[in-house]
Ligand binder design. Sequence first.
Ligand SMILES: [Zn+2]
Ligand SMILES: [Zn+2]
Length: 676
Amino acid sequence: MSTQNIAVHLPDGSVKEVPQGTTPLEIANSISPRLAAASVVARLTPVTGAAQATAAADESEAGMYAAQDAAAPRLVDLATPLMEDTKLDLVTEKDPDALKVVRHSAAHVLATAVLELFPETKLGHGPATDAGFFYDFYREKPFTPEDLAAIEKKMAEVVARDEPFMHEFAPREKSLEGFEKDGDFMKTHFVTKFTLPGSEVSFYRNGNFIDFCRGPHVPSTGRVKAFKVLSLAGAYWLGDEKNPQLQRIYGTAFFSKKEMDEHFARLEEAARRDHRVLGKQLELFSIQELAGAGLIFWHPKGAMIRKIMEDWMREECLKRGYQLVYTPHVARVNLWQTSGHEGFYANNMFTPMELDDAMYRMKPMNCPFHILIYKNSPKSYRDLPVRYAELGNVYRYERSGTMHGLLRVRGFTQDDAHIFCMPSQIESEVAACIDFAEAVLHTFGFTEFKVELSTWDPNDRAHYAGSNENWDLAIRSLDNVLKQKGIPYKTMPGEAAFYGPKIDIKLVDVLGRLWQLSTVQFDFNLPARFELEYVGEDGERHQPVMVHRALFGSVERFFGVLIEHYAGAFPLWLAPVQVGLVPISERHAVYAEKVEKALKDAGLRVETDARNEKMNAKIRDFALQKTPYILVFGDKEEGAGTVNVRTRGKTEQVSLSLDEFIAKAKALVASQSTEL
Ligand SMILES: [Zn+2]
Ligand SMILES: [Zn+2]
């Protein structure tokens, strides 16, 4: 057979002519040995034919074994012989797909270790997950924690042996025979289900371990440099409780020990900041079993922070030309029929309740109520834009068991507003919404955020409400505003709701986590359903454009994010108790009263610990409550009219006159400073 040449297209646009059968590793080496060493796998994209989007490798069995789309990019081992013209990407650690390959390879290492220690074990499957990997095993005796420790140790040996992952093929029928003979019921199932009769079945071998798998893997076990066995869970084979119970061992893997340590440090830090734990410790809020899941009780300290958030929001709304409204919590089902919620949203609503005159439902959204206010009197172009804002309580049905602290609830408060405007006003209204959203994020201490613009799929026109002109205008306006402001954003085609395009703003917290909070959403549906109108300059009736926007999103959720972002150590202007007073002994009670009154008169939130306790115990209690300032005073301070100031997070103490301290604290509150 004469060797043919194939063309390999590289990402820099160059094309390499190489003999058929050349491997990606050889090509990497010909470019630079360093690149070869850094490469984990290769991504091949067929040169001919329209490439489809890659089917994301998922954790399901089908995701692991089913045949792949031939036209889609696919990941292959570095040792795979290239047989035809192709585009080639060498996937290094920088590529998000690379980590999944390392993690799946770690699952093979895990299974290798398990079989070496417990040869009677039968294998299920072992995919990578978002956080690591798992492997399902069947063994009559459950694994013990000691077994897991021994498995992790054995894995280190398998890694140290640096066994190459060899890709092999065997006839399907012969393979099935072997699996059946060995009682490998799960492998028998996978091969039967995911391969075709008469085909060759794909296996991977490392050392003596062999597994049915389509790959790809890292070149050798030595590339699984940092891993950890995490936990054990039970799962029924194929999710059916009539089937044998499997033991699923979870683990995780990273490119380096350093990255793994950072990952666990982040998890620990996130646990330390858990808003449910801090909410209890700092007496901010609770959820009461007797009242029901997903319903939030704001305790005095949490309620104080909420009041500050709400006051700020209402003041800003008024400054920015909104009008405040209040609307009921329930309405007749007829209203929800008109709005369409009864049809499209009923599954997310509380079930109806029957009164003597009609059926009623708790409101899942405020929009129809604001619309009724708009409709209550005729509007002319001179009245527009109309901007109604409300901190509106809404109720949505979340399945029991899905609620999570303040983040996922059944009752919450939206900082909701609806803007009714003319098409010519869209762009300036959108710009104002974006400014407002930025002000919210910056004021509450977030510096980084990500923006997504969800647009329609114009090929699916029938699915969307509203005219082409309005969609084009709205998308163009959202686009223009973001461009003019120099805000980077990601366009998400086909992600818009059927009733209009939107901008979502996701803030980035101190741990780098993304939180979806603010949204600016067009609506071409409700104005039509409610037959909204205004009289234009031309004397004719027109339909206004409607924008929904929420900036905190949900007050509850935003508060949850704030708690975690600050780890409960709120900036002075938000802290429920800003200053803790510690008189050294009971004889300083009179001076304590004087200090307390002076601070309160200055508008500061103060608490005096007048208990007959040791000074250090009182200081410790305020510190545990993360109180920004603790003022300690005894004879010396009383004589001099001063206070000894301890600042949260700082070790040095300063002595200030009462007036100096008040001036400093007032300035920090006025500037909404996040520093003390
Ligand atoms: Zn595999
Ligand atoms: Zn709305």
